[in-house]
Design a protein around this ligand. Structure first.
Ligand code: DHB
Ligand code: MG
Length: 222
């Protein structure tokens, strides 16, 4: 088997997207609106959005917590996985980004299932204590805070809650013990926590898709 080149893995990603995910117009519009507004093109790849959607359905999720909304591309995938009375609570620090997300959620017809909570996640998450537990938590914000977000995922979840962490490989840098990049160090600390903290059982996989060489961690709260 040949090793992947960027050209070959992008061709495979396009094939898998065409074959299994499709090109739903409101999802593609959400990305187009986000790009037109000048937000960074760092939403999850379509195959990854579909994976989040399937994980939510497989786990029977009704309440989803997303940390890091951006243009709400992944939020739409998650909201569409939920029953009519399901809810996504998504945390976004930047008001102008939340405005773009809200417009995309409305266009996608899922705005009534999504609550955008404005603020820095480390400030917002403690205010969510006391509600019904979340069934799935997707962590996709500033990587420096991954351990804080994982701690809140365990506290706001229940045994069986699914936790997904985006961007866990970062072009291979995750395996560089000498890195001085605070984002990579944040990813490493998060993965070490998932391996060591008895509240979690976890794995992570590398991904090669439209967003390059990266990965996701998937965990369950035990
Ligand atoms: C980047 C990608 C992401 O998915 C993210 O959540 C943050 C940053 C990036 O490529 O820089
Ligand atoms: Mg991400």
């Amino acid at each position: 088997m040949a090793d992947p080149t960027p050209q070959s893995w992008h061709r495979v990603d396009a094939y898998l997207t065409d074959t299994l995910v499709g090109h739903e117009p409101t999802l593609e519009q959400a990305v187009a609106q986000q790009n037109a507004a000048g937000l960074p093109p760092i939403e999850v790849a379509p195959v990854n959005g579909k994976l989040l959607h399937l994980l939510a359905r497989i786990s029977g999720a009704r309440r989803v917590l997303e940390i890091g909304t951006l243009g709400a591309y992944s939020t739409i995938w998650l909201a569409r996985a939920l029953p009519d009375d399901g809810r996504v609570v998504t945390v976004e620090a930047e008001p102008h980004i939340a405005d773009i997300a809200r417009a995309n959620l409305e266009r996608a017809g899922v705005a009534e299932k999504v609550e955008i909570v404005l603020g820095r996640a480390a400030d917002v998450l403690p205010t969510l204590e006391g509600g019904d537990p979340f069934d799935l938590v997707f962590i996709d914000a500033d990587k420096e805070s991954n351990t804080i977000y994982l701690d809140w995922a365990a506290r706001l979840g229940r045994p069986g809650t699914v936790v997904v962490v985006d961007n866990t490989v970062r072009g291979g840098e995750v395996a560089n013990p000498a890195t001085e990049n605070p984002q990579i160090i944040g990813v490493q600390r998060g993965l070490e926590m998932l391996g060591r903290d008895p509240r979690f059982d976890a794995t992570a996989i590398q991904t090669l898709d439209a967003k390059g060489w990266d990965g996701i961690a998937v965990a369950i709260v035990v």
